[in-house]
Design a protein around this ligand. Structure first.
Ligand code: BEZ
Length: 211
């Protein structure tokens, strides 16, 4: 069975472009994004890694550590980084796991044998400070992921963790949010003294709480 939301992620030790890591220790109470690439020196992955490097300050701002994985050896990762910088304008500025024997890929269910016996799919795991899966995405090898969307989900998750609100369809930072059903009107009066709009008893809309 693949990893599901709420599961504690498996621990592992791995070689990365920034040295050996013990994953649970490396997370160290931060939020984390772990994402896999089918193979080094492939076009879609090259664009994804460049774009994620460009977004790194946004992940930093949210206290999120980023780590990639590709099932190739470490020297190939270092060579590929040069191509990524040359073609995308940004070299990876976060660790890339060298999972040549697919230990981590298998632990995290990143190989889907009916797609390929050897290549990982494009997995994304957003992991909370409690080391539990908060989000998992699985994309096919041919479709590049939207890392702006990964950031948007992190904003929503962090807001929920802090303020007991949920975010509606296509929500973006600064837009109205929803009071979660677990919060009674009585409790809501204390939490949101400025008031809210009740569209239905189960649909209460409130301005986004300040950070
Ligand atoms: C790519 O990253 O471009 C890619 C990788 C595996 C299969 C197809 C595309």
């Amino acid at each position: 069975m693949s990893l599901q939301i709420g599961d504690v992620v498996p621990d592992f030790t791995a070689q990365t472009t920034e040295g050996e890591i013990h994953f649970h220790e490396w997370i160290d109470g931060s939020w984390c994004v772990l994402f896999s690439h089918p193979k080094n020196f492939t076009p879609v992955c090259t664009t994804e890694l460049g774009y994620t490097a460009k977004l790194k300050p946004e992940f930093d701002k949210r206290g999120v550590k980023v780590i990639g994985l590709s099932c190739d050896p470490i020297d190939a990762h270092h060579k590929w980084a040069l191509d990524i910088e040359e073609t995308q304008g940004y070299a990876p500025n976060f660790p890339l796991i060298a999972d040549a024997d697919r230990t981590v890929a298998n632990l995290y269910g990143m190989i889907h044998p009916n797609a390929s016996d050897t290549l990982t799919v494009r997995s994304v795991f957003v992991i909370g400070p409690d080391k539990k899966v908060k989000l998992s995405l699985t994309y096919p090898a041919s479709t590049g992921r939207n890392f702006d969307e990964v950031l948007r989900v992190i904003d929503s998750l962090q807001l929920t963790a802090k303020s007991q609100v949920a975010t509606p369809v296509n929500w973006k930072q600064g837009e109205d949010v929803i009071i979660v059903p677990a919060v009674s009107d009585e409790e809501a009066k204390k939490k949101f003294p400025q008031g809210w709009k009740t569209l239905k008893p189960y649909l209460r809309v409130v301005a986004q709480p300040k950070a």
